[in-house]
Design a protein around this ligand. Structure first.
Ligand SMILES: Cc1cc2nc3c(=O)[nH]c(=O)nc-3n(C[C@H](O)[C@H](O)[C@H](O)COP(=O)(O)OP(=O)(O)OC[C@H]3O[C@@H](n4cnc5c(N)ncnc54)[C@H](O)[C@@H]3O)c2cc1C
Length: 152
């Protein structure tokens, strides 16, 4: 909802395509988008293919998740926003994580495996910003250096 509302500053029209009719956005953000004159919300729809010509994107084919009917919409840009999921599957069974896949810190930035440090979006369930990730990266570098020194 936030990104769609932001895009109205640059686009003539913004179409939100969503596979259900329920949104996880806060009520106030949803209402701001739903009441915006440039925003159209299409619920129970999945994008099943993109349409293009030699100049780039021209539209999308949407399929209704209830009856399988299809419709084409015109668009020249597409932004995919399908939630936050840390890409930590490859660490399954190696580092302790919470039920959503966020890596857990044991002590400062050290993970459950001694000598392995984690920083940024893979551990941050709240802020997930460039500056907080970079700051935590610095913390992890300092912790790693101190840990290496302690090994001698
Ligand atoms: C649409 C969008 C807009 C945003 N806008 C802002 C903003 O305006 N301001 C702001 O502060 N933040 C913004 N953010 C958040 C910001 O981008 C992140 O918080 C920040 O990039 C997190 O840094 P990171 O180093 O933790 O992770 P990332 O930047 O995601 O870096 C992780 C890296 O690890 C790599 N990787 C993944 N798996 C593996 C693997 N198995 N092996 C090797 N490499 C791997 C990835 O390719 C990637 O390069 C935005 C994010 C998004 C998605």
């Amino acid at each position: 909802m936030e990104e769609a509302t932001f895009l109205t500053r640059f686009a003539k029209k913004v179409t939100i395509v969503h596979r259900r009719d329920v949104f996880r956005a806060s009520k106030v953000m949803y209402e701001r988008a739903a009441n915006h004159e440039k925003i159209e919300i299409k619920t129970f729809k999945n994008v099943i293919s993109w349409l293009s010509d030699e100049n780039g994107l021209t539209g999308a084919v949407l399929e209704d998740s209830r009856d399988g009917s299809k419709e084409n919409i015109n668009c020249t840009g597409a932004f995919i926003a399908i939630g936050h999921k840390p890409i930590t599957k490859f660490l399954d069974g190696q580092l302790e994580m919470d039920s959503s896949g966020y890596i857990l810190h044991k002590e400062n930035t050290m993970t459950s495996k001694e000598g392995v440090f984690a920083a940024g979006d893979v551990v941050d369930t709240r802020y997930r910003q460039a500056i907080t990730a970079a700051g935590m990266g610095c913390q992890a570098a300092i912790d790693a250096e101190k840990w290496l020194e302690s090994q001698h």
